[in-house]
Design a protein around this ligand. Structure first.
Ligand code: ADP
Ligand code: MG
Length: 601
């Protein structure tokens, strides 16, 4: 084949592919145009997942009659004049590609009347070519109908998913923009039935309620406007530039099996950013069950010069000029909100009670998955509550340096133990109300922080076994264990191969010294077998499993001094509110709530 320039039509179809991938990308571009046009109400009507038709109607400023046709040309835009404008984009569109791209691969009808004009215009295009143009009566604003998307690009058509999947992507997109633009009234209808609407009253919380319902909305924490200085490297001024973050995050009581509920907006634009998403996940570290993800809707605002939005035609990626700053800041604000509001969260958990389980399927289930082999010994030794224990066995080759005590930032008030209920819960009184503490969960948290601190410092205290304990495992378990012996050693288990599927345990972590060594090791092996963690998470996961196995159980009555010691240790924890895998350690009932319950106020 000789080299030749592609015909315009084919070139347009190829270019269209980058902007319009599926029905939801059409919705995205049209809604963004409506927002840029200053609309206060946007209606989206979809048929058959957008495959049959997509109509977006807005009450924005409209297209002047003289510009209606040129708007559909490639690189036709009213939003950009010079190359300098590119460095400070304030509109959602700027590339002038969307209308041309959409028109190239569908049949478009546009009706628009511009502000200040008396009649509207109706323009019909087929595969980008004009079919008709006429005057039409219309209210101010724009209505674009896109029919039979990809009718002329069969290759694309094949890649579309089921109507339901396409519909879900559109829902996702419209609801997200309703969150970022709470002053705009959004309405979304599928096949003539309204599936989502927002009021446009300006309240992000109201939109969240519309999307997630009141139960989830009760589990939200607001992130305030936080301003920080990031270093600007703009050539014009080396002044520091501000970034602010606001939005809502879910408490650890609500979580999902995928990352889809973490939504980021940068200067009003929905973006995908793996780094920032990871910052959110990290902020929830140990607060959520493994494999579960939080809800977070964050709005980042920074000077437009600090963000490059011109990374890809779809405009869903951005680059920050001061690369690391937003990451650390996102992580900080999310973490702070979680820590600050934790007691309120417990009360919320108390209030929604049973709904909580319905709302977070797998919450209980995920606990079961962690279930360890319980040694059925009835004569469990008394738990060791004093920490650190009198005799500490330093790790092999151990230094005599004192064991590190993590810096404590207590968030629990000092409490007075009132008593124990059902051999499972400790009742305490704090300055503002009553706490019902799950003794097993609390002890798990206490053990975890101690153990994790030791592990981080590379100084896990070990209990050597004078006579080793032998365990026999299944072939796959042995195979796994053979590969993990070094990792196990870092958390206090010295284990040696001892025959084909048999291992000899030489030491166990000190904090589980009173547990049966074989059961302890089995609880880890089966825990990992049931729910294998990502390789990078393995040590922390193993630590969690050991803590679960080592913690005092429900069903064990505790003496007053034992309860007092446990409560005191919990008070000193860094994250006392939950177990390492996210189960609450206590329920809080405030004095005010008690008064309300008794009808005093
Ligand atoms: P871009 O948004 O990048 O400028 P588009 O192809 O999406 O490019 O739109 C081209 C131009 O058409 C816009 O710059 C704008 O002037 C005009 N336009 C598109 N949609 C609307 C609308 N809903 N209301 C008013 N003007 C619109
Ligand atoms: Mg646009």
């Amino acid at each position: 084949m000789t080299i030749h320039i592609l015909p315009d039509k084919l070139a347009s179809q190829i270019a269209a592919g980058e902007v319009v991938e599926r029905p939801s990308s059409v919705v995205k571009e049209l809604v963004e145009n409506a927002i840029d046009a200053g609309a206060t109400a946007i209606n989206v009507d979809i048929r058959e997942g957008g495959r049959k038709s997509i109509q977006v109607a807005d009450n924005g400023q409209g297209l002047p009659a003289a510009e209606i046709e040129v708007a559909f040309h490639r690189h036709a835009t009213s939003k950009l004049q010079t190359v300098e404008d590119l460095t400070a984009i304030r509109t959602l569109g700027f590339r002038g590609e969307a209308l041309a791209a959409i028109a190239a691969v569908s049949q478009v009808t546009l009706i628009s009347r511009a502000q200040g004009e008396t009649t509207g215009t109706r323009l019909v295009l087929d595969g980008g070519a004009k079919v008709s143009r006429e005057m039409a009566g219309a209210p101010q604003g724009t209505v674009i109908s896109v029919e039979n998307l990809f009718y002329n690009v069969p290759a694309r058509l094949k890649f579309l998913k089921s109507d339901n999947t396409e519909k879900r992507l559109i829902d996702e997109f419209v609801t997200r923009y309703a969150l970022a633009y709470p002053h705009i009234r959004f309405r979304l209808a599928h096949n003539g039935r309204i599936t989502f609407q927002s009021t446009g009253n300006g309240s992000v919380l109201d939109v969240l309620i519309a999307i997630y319902g009141p139960d989830v909305a009760r589990q939200l924490l607001e992130i305030g406007d936080s301003r920080l200085e990031i270093e600007g490297d703009s050539p014009i001024s080396n002044l520091q530039s501000p970034i602010s973050i606001s939005g809502f995050i879910g408490t650890p009581a609500v979580h999902w099996s995928n990352r889809g509920q973490m939504v980021l907006f940068v200067n009003g634009r929905w973006v995908k950013d793996n780094q920032l998403t990871f910052a959110i996940i990290q902020a929830y570290h140990t607060l959520l069950p493994t494999g579960r993800y939080p809800l977070a809707i964050l709005f980042l605002t920074l000077p437009p010069e600090e963000v490059d939005v011109n990374v890809h035609p779809a405009k869903t990626e951005v680059r920050f000029r001061g690369d690391k700053a937003p990451f650390a800041e996102v992580q900080r604000v999310v973490r702070e909100a979680l820590v600050a509001d934790a007691p309120i969260r417990q009360m919320g958990a108390w209030q929604v009670g049973s709904q909580l389980e319905a709302m977070t399927p797998g919450w209980e289930g995920s606990l079961d998955q962690h279930a360890f082999v319980r040694p059925d010994d009835i004569s469990q030794p008394e738990m060791e509550l004093e920490w650190p224990p009198e005799e500490i066995i330093e790790p092999a080759g151990g230094q005599t340096a004192p064991r590190p005590m993590a810096a404590r930032s207590s968030q629990l008030p000092v409490m007075r133990v009132v008593g124990q209920v059902g051999a499972a819960y400790i009742i305490t009184e704090g300055p503002e109300g009553l706490f019902l503490i799950d003794q097993q969960a609390a002890h798990e948290r206490v053990l975890y922080e101690q153990y994790h601190g030791e592990w981080q410092a590379g100084q896990v205290a070990m209990q050597p076994l004078t006579v080793g304990t032998a365990v026999t495992l299944s072939p796959s378990q042995s195979n796994w264990l053979n590969h993990q012996l070094p990792t196990l050693a870092t958390i206090g288990f010295q284990v040696e191969p001892f025959g084909p599927q048999t291992f000899m345990i030489r030491s166990i972590p000190q904090l589980a010294a009173d547990r049966d060594a074989a059961h302890l090791l089995l609880s880890i092996v089966t825990g990992v077998e049931r729910k294998p963690p990502a390789a990078a998470d393995l040590p922390l996961y193993l630590i969690q499993l050991v803590c679960m196995a080592a913690a005092t159980r429900a069903g064990q009555s505790l003496s007053q001094p034992q309860m007092a010691a446990l409560v005191q240790q919990l008070e000193q924890c860094h994250d006392p509110m939950t177990t390492p895998h996210g189960r609450p350690t206590f329920i809080y009932l405030s004095v005010a709530q008690l008064a309300r319950e008794f009808g005093r106020i």
